[in-house]
Design a protein around this ligand. Structure first.
Ligand code: NAP
Length: 250
């Protein structure tokens, strides 16, 4: 694929799988994360991946890292917004700080990156943006109101951006994963592991996963790479659910 791929949240989980998948097909990758450890290891293990430390919720850090990537590696042709955080808890006792942090990363981070990279793409009239949101953006989940709301914001922001950037030939799409085996997901498990997630919980209005398995990070990366590729050249403002049917969307 043309140009550099900038992938946020590349230190572990889905972001790491996305970075590895781009590198495997010969695309140079700027791997961005707020934690240097994971991306430095990633860069050491994979040719064509360079590590850049930045917190996507900090606009100055985002502006600086995007400028550095373009100066050092070249034009960013693909932006994959993957960085995200999950703070859970009932609304009635949810803290102001958890609410602010959730929106600063999950919605603010997508805005900061998309604005900085999108402006450069618009000048070049070329590029593609993929935001990894969540299936929680499309279905209510108890204990996840802030996360779900922040992901709904990221989803609709990305679709609206797709409309604004369409005249420049820039496509903007969303991938909405369901439960995916990453550190974020494992933090939610009881001692039974993923069984309860797969089985669902009628008392909690959760249907479970019809395909009977969690996603691997590579399953989500495949969807990101497809939407970033020319095979998806006529697809924009799309929201691709990769959740094993968990939200019964077919
Ligand atoms: P993860 O295992 O927690 O990895 C997320 C990575 O993003 C971490 O390296 C994290 O660094 C980094 N990150 C967090 N905040 C950042 C910030 N402000 N700036 C830069 N990097 C930051 O999560 P994951 O499961 O791979 O999730 C990736 C994306 O998929 C997220 O947007 C998540 O909401 C979404 N998603 C995941 C699932 C799932 O079941 N796993 C389901 C639906 C959607 P730290 O370790 O320092 O926080």
């Amino acid at each position: 694929m043309a140009g550099i791929a900038l992938v946020t949240g590349a230190g572990q989980g889905i972001g790491r799988a996305v970075a590895v998948a781009f590198a495997a097909e010969g695309t140079r990758v700027a791997a961005v994360d707020r934690d240097a450890k994971g991306i430095k290891r990633l860069a050491a293990e994979h040719e064509g991946i360079c590590a850049y430390v930045a917190d996507v919720s900090r606009v100055a850090q985002v502006e600086a890292v995007v400028a550095a990537v373009e100066a050092q590696l070249g034009p960013i042709g693909i932006l994959a917004n993957v960085a995200g955080i999950l703070r859970t808890g009932p609304v009635l006792s949810f803290s102001d700080q958890d609410w602010a942090d959730t929106f600063a990363v999950n919605a603010g981070g997508v805005f900061h990156l998309s604005r900085a990279v999108g402006a450069r793409m618009a000048n070049r009239r070329s590029g593609v943006i993929v935001t990894v949101s969540s299936n929680a953006a499309g279905i209510p989940r108890a204990g996840m109101a802030a996360y779900a709301a922040s992901k709904a914001a990221a989803t609709m922001f990305t679709k609206s951006l797709g409309l604004e950037l369409a005249p420049y030939g820039i496509r903007c799409n969303v991938v909405a994963p369901g439960s995916t085996d990453t550190p974020m997901q494992r933090a939610l498990w009881s001692e039974d592991g993923p069984a309860a997630v797969i089985a669902g919980d009628p008392a909690g209005y959760r249907t479970g996963i019809p395909l009977g398995r969690l996603a691997e990070p590579e399953d989500i990366a495949d969807a990101v790479l497809f939407l970033a590729s020319d095979r998806a050249r006529h697809i924009t403002m799309h929201d691709l659910y990769v959740d094993g049917g968990a939200t019964l969307r077919g």
